[in-house]
Ligand binder design. Structure first.
Ligand SMILES: NC(=O)c1ccc[n+]([C@@H]2O[C@H](COP(=O)([O-])OP(=O)(O)OC[C@H]3O[C@@H](n4cnc5c(N)ncnc54)[C@H](O)[C@@H]3O)[C@@H](O)[C@H]2O)c1
Length: 444
């Protein structure tokens, strides 16, 4: 099939590439000239495992191309995916400006029947707005489809190629048939294409992300209670997870969720709920718990060095002046360079505000992190070098290379052997035996 993907970010680029891999003829379009120039010269603008090879192969076979020319993209394709960003507006609701701009442009350049597919995460009712935006310009027939994306950054190719499910919301039999044909190669085992009305498809995406965020905030709150009571969240988590109704997925305590999806989608759904007169109390709590959790690690550092938490007052203005904190991991989760809403930003800003110096390492997110922190923190290519003379280490993102480091070497390099393990990846007994002062999240 001939496909255009409007918006070549994490979702658009993965979608376009994977659809080319299954034999379609794909053009990815973006208004970001630099991004398209990079792609056209063989440079992949984001870090996503496996993506570069897949792009190379499909460009090589002539099935995948990149352009800034909207007219060319739209005319090329019968299927037009919209995969632009939907950032939160001032009130937390999703800002649909980019989606509607893309829809108007598709309408303007149509040269025949088109299926216009919303892949961006958009509030319930957006398909109607897209339809109106298209209709204002279009001279040909079209159908609007909702096809939310469930991929995870860091495992995006695998998720797209072998999805748990494909959700398609459509009200036209023709569009539905085209979509089912398009996705058939990806769902060869079992019946995983879920066809439904458009509003339910739009809602499914938000409900799924809200559920995942809820699990994270729930276990983070349990960890805080465990810490208060002297119980151990690791034991509790295992005791819970073997219950098949609960399971282990997304039940790891940490420094709070981040990324480009959960924070904005939880807020946007709460805002949508308000519009239909529902007070989304669970969603509001999920968000509030997450905000609290993002401050936890820096509060622990402060308490360790001053005996007081940030909020309790009575702490000197720059209580961490003269201290250097090493930070391992900056991206919001491993296997991505995405820094959007990363808890590391809150943690590091709190440490800097308290007067600490920060030396950080991340395997792939340092370029993105530099755009945020500029020269306010030190960036080191070698994780061990961050530890030289450091008063403590804060582990913020659980990259696999941080999981089994050489603790003896670490101890030699550090001024003080103190570890704040924001992801509970270390064996605390072992570390204590080696002479480290260890803090985890909700651990005994
Ligand atoms: N990132 C994820 O893990 C993920 C997963 C599932 C769903 N989503 C959803 O998918 C959507 C896209 O997310 P993303 O992370 O890929 O965003 P992104 O910011 O990485 O990419 C969006 C791209 O759209 C481009 N763009 C904006 N307006 C445009 C226009 N009018 N025409 C052409 N291009 C335009 C931007 O330049 C940018 O390159 C969002 O709604 C997001 O919530 C994201």
């Amino acid at each position: 099939m001939k496909i255009a993907v409007i918006g070549t970010g994490y979702v658009g680029l993965v979608t376009g590439t994977c659809l080319a891999e299954s034999g379609n003829d794909v053009i990815c379009m973006d208004i970001d000239v630099r991004k398209i120039e990079m792609l056209n010269s063989g440079v992949v603008p984001i870090y996503e495992p496996g993506l570069e090879e897949l792009i190379k192969r499909n460009v090589g076979h002539g099935r995948l191309g990149f352009t800034t020319d909207m007219a060319k993209a739209v005319r090329h394709a019968e299927l037009n995916f919209i995969a632009v960003g939907t950032p939160p507006g001032e009130d937390g609701a999703a800002d649909l400006k980019y989606v509607l701009l893309a829809a108007r442009a598709i309408g303007k350049h149509m040269n025949g029947y088109k299926v216009v597919i919303n892949k961006s995460t958009v509030p319930v009712g957006t398909a109607d707005k897209v339809r109106a935006a298209l209709a204002a310009k279009a001279r040909f027939k079209f159908d609007v489809v909702s096809n939310p994306e469930f991929l995870k950054e860091g495992a995006a190719i695998e998720d797209f190629m072998r999805p748990d499910r494909v959700v398609i919301g459509a009200d036209s039999a023709k569009a539905m048939e085209i979509m089912e044909e398009l996705y058939a190669p990806f769902v060869r085992k079992g019946d995983r294409i879920l066809v439904m009305d458009i509003k339910s498809a739009e809602m499914t995406k938000y409900a799924s992300n809200a559920m995942l965020a809820t699990k994270i905030s729930f276990i983070n709150e349990m960890a805080l209670i465990c810490a208060g009571l002297g119980a151990d969240i690791d034991s509790v988590r295992r005791g819970m997870g073997f219950d098949r109704r609960i399971g282990f997925e997304f039940l790891f305590p940490g420094v709070g969720y981040g990324g480009s999806c959960f924070p904005k989608d939880v807020k946007a759904l709460a805002q949508t709920a308000k519009e239909c007169c529902v007070d989304a109390r669970v969603l509001k709590s999920v968000e509030a718990v997450n905000e609290r959790q993002k401050r936890l690690l820096s509060d622990m550092v402060l308490r360790h060095f001053t005996g007081k938490a940030a909020k309790t007052g009575g702490v000197a203005k720059k209580p961490l002046a003269g201290k250097t904190i090493a930070v391992w991991g900056l991206s919001f989760k491993p296997r991505t360079d995405d820094m959007r809403e990363a808890p590391s930003v809150v943690i590091i800003n709190n440490l800097l505000r308290a007067g600490a110096a920060v030396s950080a390492h991340d395997p792939v997110a340092m370029d993105e992190a530099r755009k945020i922190f500029k020269n306010r923190i030190g960036f080191l290519d070698d994780d061990y070098e961050t530890l030289r003379g450091a008063d403590a280490l804060a582990v913020v993102t659980e990259w696999s290379e941080f999981r089994t480091p050489d603790f003896k070497k670490m101890k030699r390099l550090m001024k003080r052997p103190v570890i704040f393990d924001g992801r509970n990846i270390y064996n605390q007994e072992e570390l204590r035996k080696l002479g480290f002062t260890y803090y985890g999240i909700g651990r005994r």
